[in-house]
Write a protein that binds this ligand. Structure first.
Ligand SMILES: Nc1ncnc2c1ncn2[C@@H]1O[C@H](COP(=O)(O)OP(=O)(O)OP(=O)(O)O)[C@@H](O)[C@H]1O
Ligand SMILES: [Mg+2]
Length: 380
């Protein structure tokens, strides 16, 4: 039995309970507050609240008035049976003088406290039953049982519980969506920036291994290249994870950054890779970052898929827009067929990035004729 100071009564008490509910955002905290408030407000020995899952059990079940030790001794969470099931199904209140005498009563598990008078209400949002809240053993002594007034008060609490639960659900959902969005962004970022560096790194390491006996001096140069690529990959990884734009862009701008990356790739791959730029001015940060990522993926595709001898990356100002062209003389492909197959991330990600900064991307390719990727973005 509770021995603390008597809680405030009437409207003040209801208001305090409601305020407490709206302060919490984690579902479990909200439920705890609801149950504890209901028990004190209505002078009950026990209070509980259950949120059903889709498998005949409860995804959440919180109790008040039972010690942790007792709770553990009772064992597994209740299933949706007996009177709890009836409340979930019919969304109707249950006010019983003795729950044990009810036809639907199916007995307690071992160590369950004895309960007699019972008041249970659905927590509903429109037609949907979100959960049930119930009290047992009206204090003191359980003599009179719960009254119609108690039922009304619990009804108010249940209505606010419905709002609190819905809010908490929305909050968790929006957090999930944020996390999903973040995961997708990171996947793109890692794919476009880091995967390519690792690819080049692998090739260079392989070359170094092949040269070690024959031409130790060249092997040494290749190994130096491995270090450079590894450092680059680490930088890109850091940038991707912390959502920074690649540091080099801030320091050197797009043209210089692209030029430097092309040089590194040129040394790492057998294809001849060149960079040129004409009349380019600094662009807004988002445009520069998008163009850099697009160039990286286009280059990577040319090196990985095209078997090209030459790859040319070009940045040109064209009136009020800036044009990025990545051209290779490799085997080419059928863009329409690839788009229909739809399981590749690279081309999709390039298009998304271009669209994301108000630009557009065209893929010009056919088998045997090489590939040209053009991206035009506003600014310049
Ligand atoms: N420059 C190119 N030359 C020849 N084929 C290419 C070229 N670029 C793309 N392709 C073809 O288009 C396909 C799709 O490219 P995309 O970048 O979307 O995916 P991917 O490179 O296969 O995989 P990832 O998702 O790792 O980028 C490639 O698998 C390849 O067959
Ligand atoms: Mg690709």
């Amino acid at each position: 039995m509770s021995t603390g100071p008597r809680p405030p009564s009437g409207l003040a008490a209801v208001s305090a309970a409601i305020l407490a509910m709206s302060r919490h955002r984690e579902v479990r905290d909200v439920l705890h507050t609801i149950v504890a408030s209901a028990r004190t407000l209505l002078d009950a020995e026990y209070a509980a609240l259950g949120v059903p899952d889709d498998h005949g059990g409860f995804s959440q079940f919180v109790v008040d008035g039972i010690s942790d030790r007792q709770w553990k001794a009772i064992g597994p969470l209740p299933r949706q049976h007996g009177i709890l099931a009836a409340m979930l199904r019919d969304a109707a209140p249950q006010r019983l003088a003795d729950v044990r005498k009810d036809a639907r009563f199916e007995g307690w598990p071992r160590a369950h406290p004895e309960m007699s008078d019972f008041l249970g209400l659905p927590i509903a949002d429109g037609d949907e039953v979100l959960g049930i809240v119930f009290l047992a053993n009206k204090l003191p002594g359980g003599s009179g049982g719960f009254t119609a007034e108690d039922e009304e008060l619990l009804g108010i609490i249940a209505q606010h519980a419905a709002i609190a639960l819905t809010n908490a659900r929305l909050y968790e959902r929006s957090r999930e969506l944020t996390i999903e969005g973040e995961r997708a962004r990171l996947a793109h970022e890692l794919h476009d920036a880091v995967a390519q560096k690792l690819f080049s790194l692998r090739l260079t390491a392989r070359a170094a291994a092949a040269l070690v006996d024959r031409d130790p001096a060249r092997a040494k140069r290749e190994l130096h290249q491995v270090t450079v690529l590894a450092a680059d990959a680490a930088d890109e990884l850091r940038a991707a994870v912390t959502e920074l734009r690649p540091a080099a862009l801030d320091e050197d701008g797009l043209a210089a950054t692209l030029g430097a990356q092309v040089q590194v790739l040129d040394r790492a791959h057998s294809a001849r890779i060149r960079f040129s730029s004409r009349g380019v001015r600094a662009l807004p940060a988002a445009q520069e970052a998008a163009l850099l990522r697009i160039a990286q993926e286009a280059l990577h595709n040319a090196l990985r898929h095209a078997g090209a001898a030459q790859v040319h990356v070009e940045l040109t100002r064209r009136g009020r827009t800036t044009l990025l062209t990545v051209r290779d003389d490799g085997r080419g492909f059928d863009p329409e067929a690839v788009r229909r197959a739809g399981r590749h991330l690279g081309l999709v990600s390039m298009r998304d990035r271009a669209a994301g900064v108000g630009g557009c991307l065209t893929v010009n390719s056919s088998p045997g004729r090489g590939t040209t990727i053009e991206t035009e973005v506003p600014g310049g």
